[in-house]
Design a protein around this ligand. Structure first.
Ligand SMILES: [Zn+2]
Length: 181
């Protein structure tokens, strides 16, 4: 079995080790450099009109990493509404801002980490970014990570992968030979 992962320095290597213990091979897929993904700040609204993975920074230096299948702009408006209404159960960002005095989200510097539109590559990229960034206030990362990998690994065909197709997914059932007489 093979998993095709976006390469994130320092993170994917560790995963490769863990996965190889479970006999899962790893192929790397090139990920655009952050500089390539981040279009210039000249058009801050337009660059958020994409699906993908984003990072919001708080004034305390911690960040929140999220992903959305709608536009990032739309998702951020939703976070802002939760903050305004104090819906701390619905948004980790609202919880962070409401439970820590004088913390504010810096909406001027929203980072677009990936513009992957497909679901699995997107949640995997989000998980990798959460793992990579220890200074985050995402609250369900442990749960999300284990579930992401459990869900994502058997369905590598969903990932954008240009390597050879994995034969294990389509391996025919070979019946045990029967001995009669
Ligand atoms: Zn903060």
């Amino acid at each position: 079995m093979h998993a095709c992962l976006p390469y994130v320095a320092g993170v994917t290597d560790k995963l490769k080790k863990t996965l190889s213990k479970k006999n899962i091979g790893v192929r790397f897929r090139t990920v655009k450099k952050i500089q390539q993904v981040l279009s210039s700040n000249k058009d801050p609204v337009h660059r958020l009109l994409t699906k993908g993975v984003y990072e919001l920074k708080c004034t305390c230096g911690k960040s929140y990493i999220g992903q959305t299948g709608r536009s990032i702009q739309c998702r951020i408006k939703e976070h802002q509404r939760h903050i305004r209404l104090g819906n701390i159960d619905k948004s980790a960002i609202a919880e962070h801002v409401h439970t820590n005095e004088n913390h504010k989200i810096d909406y001027e510097n929203i980072r677009v980490l990936d513009k992957t539109t497909r679901y699995y590559p997107r949640i995997i990229r989000e998980s990798l970014e959460i793992m990579k960034n220890n200074n985050n206030f995402n609250r369900e990362d442990g749960y999300r990570l284990s579930n992401t990998w459990r869900l994502a690994i058997p369905r590598t065909s969903d990932l954008e992968c240009h390597g050879q197709p994995s034969s294990t997914d389509v391996q025919p059932n070979i019946a045990e030979p029967r001995y009669t007489g």
